[in-house]
Design a protein around this ligand. Structure first.
Ligand code: CU
Ligand code: ZN
Length: 499
């Protein structure tokens, strides 16, 4: 007797092959049998797929869910998209290392708000998360901004030798405990105060593990190409796989530059360097608003396209365009920026900014090494960017089915096996007997995001079932609360799992 069987499904293996009709059985957390036509015995739970696609669970390569595992262990916004694993600790902000005596997540300005538990390192974090019975799997990067803040706070200078050694010790410890790499966010504080050499010295520590260097680059606008060159140099000199996060060309003046940027990536790939990227399928970015403005001279162009996502200082502004707020108050756009950001807690405002060209999103999605990362900021108190709830169904519905930018097996490959291989998720990302049973059953003709900028907290359509480590976690729109997520270690067994 199997634990669970999916009959009458189109099996999509995650490797890019065309789907095949068949049956898949789950036993003891893993894929127990796969049959194309032959018979598979009965199970405790039988699902008739009625011709829907059964694929490996999607992997969100760009998440900021470090704290969401405490605040929302059900991870409904990811599970309902078919996501079974997230990569957290991105953009240089990670829950670890931490000093319980210090507000060590202060540097993230709200992105990581809500962390609980007195952990200091990755194992302590894993223990604390597992106590909450998370719905999905998580693997972590160790973040440069977090490490630098812990050692140097906001110092606007290069580290001394002993400070560098202290940062190296933090990064090394996280990698030793299973982090999948080192992330930077060089557009943010305090990462922006570091030079290229500092990043190389830290990224090097990932080399013995064959782990990654992932980056929110120093610039994604006028100096995008220089930033790509810097990233390639760091990857090459540190001897590690470079992963460029949420690849984009920000601001109208730069639209189209992703073509040149991807050409540089391709040249590096052709020369033998290991490089990959991810993208979110939207024309707006989102992040901590204060990081994008110089309060002495706020950029009008940017202020024009700002929408407030969450704003503890003025909850009534959430979901509104800044220009409408300015008009209502009879103040200039520049003053509206200052009004929001200089209020008490104004620096914790998360904004949405419409800065990306639709054509660039398509160019990105057409690239063969482009994975999908939501970059969702899991603050459910306001109106978050809809990518938090919609990213994966949106790629499948809008960019695969409606626009034909890439075909379905290829899209699934880039959401599953490619991400699993790149981020060291052992025995995941492919429908293969013996692999962990992380699965998604979806209707290829119906799957679509429903989250919008006005109503961002809506679960997608067309995701019929999601299985995490062999347990049915989401079925017909219901979150079953089984809490079967694991904490994963790079190219290693999950933390504290005996199976
Ligand atoms: Cu990010
Ligand atoms: Zn970022």
């Amino acid at each position: 007797m199997h634990d669970l069987v999916f009959r009458n499904v189109l099996l999509m293996d995650g490797l890019g092959s065309d789907p095949v009709e068949g049956t898949l059985a789950v036993d003891g957390g893993r894929i127990g049998a796969i049959s194309h036509g032959g018979s598979v015995g009965p199970a405790h739970e039988e699902i008739d797929g009625k011709g829907a696609v059964l694929a490996p669970g999607f992997i969100d390569t760009h998440a900021h869910d470090d704290a969401a595992f405490f605040r929302h262990p059900g991870m409904e916004f990811k599970l309902s998209q078919g996501v079974t694993t997230v990569v957290s600790g991105n953009c240089g902000f990670s829950a670890i290392p931490a000093d319980p005596e210090l507000d060590s997540v202060a540097a993230s300005g709200g992105i990581l708000a809500g962390l609980e538990g007195g952990f200091t390192d990755l194992q302590g974090y894993f223990d604390a998360v597992l106590e909450r019975r998370p719905a999905i799997n998580n693997i972590m990067l160790v973040g440069h901004n977090t490490v630098r803040y812990l050692v140097m706070e906001d110092a606007r200078r290069a580290p001394t030798d002993s400070e560098l050694a202290a940062m190296q010790a933090h990064v090394a410890r996280a990698l030793e405990q299973g982090a999948c790499g080192f992330s930077s966010g060089l557009i943010y504080r305090p990462g922006r105060y570091s030079d290229t050499e500092e990043i190389i010295e830290l990224a090097k520590l990932a080399a013995p593990y064959d782990a990654l260097y992932t980056t929110h680059m120093r610039n994604e606008a006028d100096a995008l190409l220089e930033a790509v060159d810097e990233s390639l140099r760091i990857g090459a000199e540190a001897g590690v796989h470079l992963h460029i996060s949420h690849h984009k060309a920000a601001g109208k003046a730069n639209w189209g530059k992703v073509t040149e940027s991807l050409a540089r990536v391709d040249a590096a790939l052709n020369a033998g360097q290991r490089v990959s990227l991810d993208v979110y399928p939207y024309t707006a970015g989102s992040g901590r608003m204060i990081e994008y403005f110089n309060l002495d001279r706020p950029s009008r162009d940017l202020a024009e396209v700002i929408r407030i996502a969450s704003c503890p200082a003025f909850r009534e502004y959430e979901g509104r365009m800044l220009k409408d707020i300015a008009a209502e108050r009879g103040i200039s756009l520049e003053d509206a920026v200052r009004h929001v950001l200089t209020a008490p807690k104004g620096d914790r405002t998360i904004c949405i900014h419409f800065i990306i060209d639709e054509a660039d999103v398509e160019t990105n999605l057409a690239h063969k090494d482009m994975m999908v990362g939501s970059d969702g900021i899991p603050d459910l108190r306001g109106r978050p960017h809809p990518r938090l709830f919609g990213t994966f169904p949106r790629v499948l519905g809008r960019y695969v089915r409606e626009k034909g930018v890439l075909d379905l097996p290829e899209a699934v490959r880039r959401m599953t096996s490619l991400s699993a291989r790149t981020f060291g998720l052992q025995e995941r990302g492919v429908l293969e007997v013996g692999y962990w049973a992380d699965l998604v059953l979806f209707e290829p003709d119906e799957v679509i995001d429903t989250a919008t900028y006005d109503e961002p907290q809506q679960e997608a359509d067309g995701i019929r079932a999601v299985v995490v480590n062999g347990k049915m976690a989401y079925l017909a729109g219901i979150h079953l609360g089984v809490g079967s997520g694991q904490m994963l270690r790079y190219n290693d067994k999950p933390y504290r799992t005996m199976q």
